[in-house]
Unconditional design. Sequence first.
Length: 365
Amino acid sequence: MKSALDGVHRAGVPGVYAEVRDAGQAWRGASGVADVGTGRPVTPDMRQRVGSITKTFTAAAIMQQVEQGRIALDAPIGGYLPQLVPGERGRKITVRMLLNNTSGIPDYIPYAFPSLQRVPSGPDVPKSLDDNRFRQFRPAELIELGLAAPPAGEPGATPGVYSNTNWLLLGQLLERVTGTTAEEYITRNVIERAGLRHTEFPAGTRIKGPHSRMYEALWGFIDPPRDYSVYNMSWTGTGAALVSTMEDLNRFYRKLLDGRIVNHASLAEMQRTVPVIALDGTTIVYGLGLHKVTVPDCGTFWGHDGTVWGAGTISLTRADGKRQMSVAVNLQRWNKMDSSGKPQHHPIDDAMKTLQRQAMCGDGD
């Protein structure tokens, strides 16, 4: 495993770290630096902005409310949030469609970060990242941006289209039925129930505890890559704002898939999958806040990946719970674009595939 981590670092990622678990035995390792300026090394216990892995936590919280009868999976969202999703859309889109990304509501991010729409030709593509660094967004204004955009598809149609707007709506739904903020509910009933000691929604723009700088290349538009570890995460909230560690992520998915965060009936619902078109245009197999990843000769894994500016994370657990991997990197969007806007191949892609294969399958352990 250490040689595979070193391979990712050599390919161009400043720092990479991981925890791999096999039948109760844990291996932790790291390669590279947390700060390219000082050479401070990256370590396996560092905290990371884990991006869309947050969605599994939010989905688990929703399923707990389903178990208590406060939310019905196939009820229309307009019945719960009529001001946010009014009219025919509110009647057609169900809670389940938000959870499995088949609502047809598009992602708000290109509208909250409008300079991103100028990929691949605009000279000021990174401008919105800097403009929004300290901006405080309200969930309702981001949701409105998504709902005002051209629909991504018909409600319930497959393949679905991955959209962060769905997950801010689910956060507002949690607030509506629990009477507390979604972040508070998830903290008390998911994070604390799982016994996670280093996982939290950030209270400000900085990460508490040991962490890496987070370098964003934005497909070569930021060269050299810029540190975005200090950032106001209100732009993503219950969709992707969590900070965690690789050890905590493995613990969380181990307990979730063992039926200790939601009951087994809820877990079965979370594992009912549909095809979904991801933000990068690939098709993924998606449940309710869970990816299903099938690896030839290794088995079926469940989990999620996540990216925010400068930070990438993936956490996958084999269906039998015995093999787990959580991997973090401190560089994102390293692939430069060609003239048509298609990301070009990069050696990091191959090194990451090798690392993930070893972590999931035990090749070369």
